[in-house]
Design a protein around this ligand. Structure first.
Ligand code: GLC
Length: 721
């Protein structure tokens, strides 16, 4: 009987998803802004609400030739997709020295999962559940981006999604509002730090506001329609968490919500964001999003679209030119008040001031600093570690970890890829040489021979199959890849599949054939090294799925916070229960699933100080501790993400069968045990009740603790007002 060393580990659930008062950051009102506003002509004010793209990168359906002339003429106050210290310095010089008021340009770019050093795609990073590491990745990205003349990133992407057909599920943090909220706040902190005026911090941008991740049929830009209750409880929290963490810009989403395009939604931008939450930053459109309201059938024409957006609270126009073309006339005609325009310009100029641009417009344009701060050995080492932490071991019959020196063939259509490792939104990223990465790791292993009995088979999706405008009607691997796996198994090979992909896949066939499956996502600059580190056990995989992997697309949407229904599928042969004729209800791999090279055992849940008997009660504002002891029962050190779920058995509206309300990552040596304690309070029990007020209701609850949403110990407790 191993002597278990018990160390208490306290985990307190801290994120509120409710509508409690926001802790939005107050922006210092810079007196120079008011002085500028007084001097500005109407045209110069409109110019500050205009954002154009450079011709360095294409991230939308149209380009803008002559953007430098626009800047010189005061028609454009911000520029996206332009970087390097030298180029931004030249553009800044034009703005500062060749315009009447010399207001500096704000440079923005999609720094989504790194700038030069690329981290795993965000869906991958979210599977690390390592909030501190995700914050550090954003801090590094900000340092590299700010050194290259940028002050603004269009990140964090806070869109919750249960839609694997949607290509942009790759850019978010999965299906869970609690995990997504923690990540949104962490990335905001990482980007903005504690002082936006520092030369290594950048402005975060909360996107895409809102509920962009729920397009019908999983088709990008498609209609979103859900109840206000579902929206507020499951889709809104990550945006709010980022705002509460201090994010000072927000990007409107392409979709309509409840019949109103987000780009003209007063409900979203004025009532919720600037009203309920007291947001003091500015709202930017998505790429030509204002003009697209004509196609939505919501605006008569471009002028009408400009009027609707500005009056709804949208402060800056990315690439429609609708504000440039019509805002002066709209103000003169009174359709948009000059007060409204001034408020938009004030918000934008206050941010430029907070970034230090009014003090020193060239502070971000230092080529020496740019060289010194990007793709450093430290940044790459961190990227390698985070990539390994993001990988999820979905299946393993013992073939992994590989042993140094054994014969292994590395095969598959993606075995030698470099480009795919970066995934979509790769910014100015680079890949460390893949052959070196893989060869380094398997140097001790005899090169491929026909007698290699073990195969590492690298499969997946080309990186362009996910990201923007990349929805698929199938979530299967390409047929020929599955056929290759089948052929190798027919030859009697042992096969460890490594997946490079950006969405949950239907791996039903592959899970039957493969001896192991490692979900590696698009792991970034150091991805190949990280894959080798995991395959050879130099890093014991610890990732946990942040999104459900279905058995079939026919099950979608499928997620862990489902409702019980009035006819839950309980009796295998019953007819009149909620089930399929051709497929189990359960997913192939559940939310929170992820294996290790070791094993972990959980004790029964102890509620309060008693054994895990039912009947323990939380009263009013009281709290209740629940604890479990986790033991590493295997032979290697490993990290386990201990997850806490809660179920409200009866409510004034039906409640999910479980909701993630806390987690703690614990690293244990073989034989070591740790007691993990969670404190349950009424905030964790709260929801939008039938009258849409936020709060708890008295009654019986279940608590679940375990290493996956479908693998938990459970206990009961009561809540009383
Ligand atoms: C794109 C994306 C958005 C991105 C923007 C600028 O259309 O929707 O996420 O930040 O344009 O590139």
């Amino acid at each position: 009987m191993r002597k278990a060393l018990i160390i208490a580990v306290m985990a307190i659930a801290a994120v509120s998803c409710g509508n409690n008062a926001s802790k939005t950051t107050r922006i210092p009102e810079d007196p120079r802004v008011e002085q500028l506003l007084k001097k500005m002509t109407l045209e110069e004010k409109v110019g500050q609400t205009v954002l154009f793209t450079s011709d360095w990168t294409v991230t939308g359906p149209s380009m803008r030739s002559g953007y430098l002339e626009d800047i010189k003429a005061g028609r454009c106050g911000s520029l996206l997709n332009a970087y390097t210290a030298d180029f931004t310095r030249e553009v800044q010089r034009i703005a500062v020295e060749e315009t009447r008021l010399g207001i500096p340009i704000l440079f923005g770019y999609d720094v989504i999962h790194g700038f030069r050093t690329i981290f795993p795609i965000n869906l991958g990073m979210s599977c690390s559940w390592d909030i501190d590491a995700i914050e550090e990745s954003a801090r590094i990205a900000a340092e590299e981006a700010a050194a290259a003349g940028l002050q603004w990133t269009y990140s964090p992407m806070c869109d919750i999604s249960v839609e694997p057909r949607w290509g942009r599920i790759s850019e978010g943090s999965g299906e869970d509002p609690y995990l997504g909220s923690l990540i949104a706040a962490a990335m905001t902190r990482g980007y903005q730090g504690d002082d936006l005026s520092k030369d290594n911090t950048i402005l975060a941008c909360v996107k895409h506001f809102a509920a962009y991740g729920a397009p019908q049929a999983g088709r990008d830009y498609n209609t979103v329609d859900m109840s206000e209750r579902w929206f507020r409880e499951f889709y809104l929290p990550p945006y709010k968490a980022a705002i509460d963490a201090g994010a000072l810009s927000v990007m409107a989403s392409f979709n309509e919500l409840d019949g109103v395009p987000a780009h003209a939604s007063k409900h979203l931008m004025t009532d919720i964001l600037k009203g309920e939450w007291g947001f003091e930053g500015f709202v930017v459109s998505d790429y030509t999003g204002i003009n697209e309201m004509i196609m939505h059938g919501y605006a008569e024409n471009e002028e009408h679209a400009a009027e609707l957006s500005m009056n709804a609270g949208l402060d800056m126009d990315m690439m429609s030119a609708a504000y440039m073309n019509h805002m002066t006339g709209l103000v003169k005609s009174g359709k948009v008040s000059e007060k409204t325009l001034d408020e938009a310009v004030r918000r934008i100029l206050n941010i430029k001031a907070a970034l230090g641009l009014l003090d020193d417009p060239y502070k971000y344009c230092d080529p020496e600093r740019e060289k010194a701060r990007t793709l450093t050995a430290e940044n790459k080492a961190f990227a390698r570690k985070l990539a390994a932490e993001s990988m999820v071991l979905l299946k393993n019959n013992g073939i992994l970890p590989l042993k140094k020196g054994e014969k292994v063939a590395v095969l598959g259509p993606m075995a030698n890829t470099r480009d795919d490792l970066l995934g979509s939104w790769r910014a100015a990223g680079e890949v460390e040489a893949v052959p070196a990465g893989i060869e380094d790791a398997i140097k001790e292993v005899t090169p491929v021979t026909s007698s290699s009995n073990k195969v590492v088979l690298v499969l997946g999706e080309p990186w362009g199959w996910t990201g923007e405008a990349a929805s698929r009607t199938s979530i299967n691997l390409p047929k020929e890849q599955t056929e290759l796996l089948k052929a190798l198994k027919k030859q009697g090979k042992q096969v460890a599949v490594v997946l490079l992909n950006g969405r949950p896949l239907d791996l039903s066939a592959e899970s039957e054939l493969a001896d192991a499956i490692l979900e590696a996502w698009y792991p970034g600059t150091m991805g190949a090294y990280a894959v080798a580190d995991v395959l050879f056990g130099d890093y014991n995989p610890s990732g946990k799925l942040s999104v459900t992997f279905p058995r079939s697309l026919g099950q979608v949407p499928i997620y862990h916070y489902a409702k019980n229904t009035g006819r839950p599928y309980i009796h295998p042969d019953a007819k009149y229960e909620s089930r399929y004729l051709d497929c189990p209800n359960e997913p192939l791999y559940a939310f929170g699933h992820g294996l290790s090279y070791t094993t972990f055992e959980y004790s029964d849940i102890v509620i309060g100080d008693a054994r895990s008997e039912s009947g323990m009660t939380i009263k009013a504002d009281g709290t209740l501790t629940v604890r479990t002891t986790v033991t590493n029962t295997g032979s290697v050190e490993g990290t386990e993400t201990v997850q806490l779920y809660i179920r409200d058995l009866v409510g004034s509206v039906t409640r999910p069968v479980r909701q993630l309300k806390g987690f703690e990552r614990v690293t244990l040596k073989p034989g070591e045990s740790k007691e993990v304690t969670f404190t349950i309070d009424k905030e964790m029990l709260s929801f939008y009740r039938q009258d849409m007020t936020w709060g708890p209701e008295p009654g019986d609850f279940k608590v679940f603790i375990g290493g996956a949403s479908d693998n938990t110990k459970e206990a009961s407790f009561r809540y009383e007002i």
